[in-house]
Design a protein around this ligand. Sequence first.
Ligand SMILES: [Zn+2]
Length: 189
Amino acid sequence: MKYLLVTSLFILTSCYRPPPSQQSCNFVISKDSQRLHWNKEFPIKLHIDDSVPEIAYPAINRAVMAFNDVIKDHQVFVFADDSYATIYWRNTWNRAIPNEEAVTTLNFIGSEIYKATIEVDAYNFSFNYDYTDVFIKVDLESLMIHELGHVLGLAHINSSGSVMYPTLNSGEIRRELGIVDINDLECGY
Ligand SMILES: [Zn+2]
C-alpha cells in the first residue's frame, strides 16, 4: 500500500505540465502567465459598506448595470451582504500616491481571484453623483465602472475608447464599456 501511494505521487508529479501561456486580453497576468479571473461563478457578490453615503448608491448601481446589461446573457455583479467584493468610502487617505481617486485591491491565489476591495478617496476628491457637478468634480459612475473592471481582473489600457484608460480627469465621463472592454471580458470569461 505504501509503495503504491509513493508510485502514484511520482506519476502525478512527473505528469505535471505548466499550463500554456494565455493571451492577456488586457487582464492582469499571473506569475504562471494566466489571466486573473474569479474562482466563482457569475454573478460576483458586491457589497456597499456602511461608510459609503447613500447619495452615491445610484451612481454605483448604474456602474453595475453597465456590466450586467452588456456582458453575454448573465449578470456580472449582484448586490449582497455576504460579499466577495466590497466598496469602501475613505474619509482619510494615507497612501503613497495621493492623486488616486480610488484603489482596487485583488486577493488571489495563482490566477484565481477570491476577494476584491474598492476604496474611494473621499478625502482628496469630491464627486459628481449624477450630471449636476460633472464639470468640476470626478464622475463617480465613470470611476466605479473603471474600478469594477479592475475587480474582474482587467488592467489599464491606453485606449481612449476603454473604461480602463489609466486616468479620469474631473469633468470626464466614461459611463459605457467600450468595444475593447466587451471583447476583453468575453475573452477572459
Ligand atoms: Zn485603475
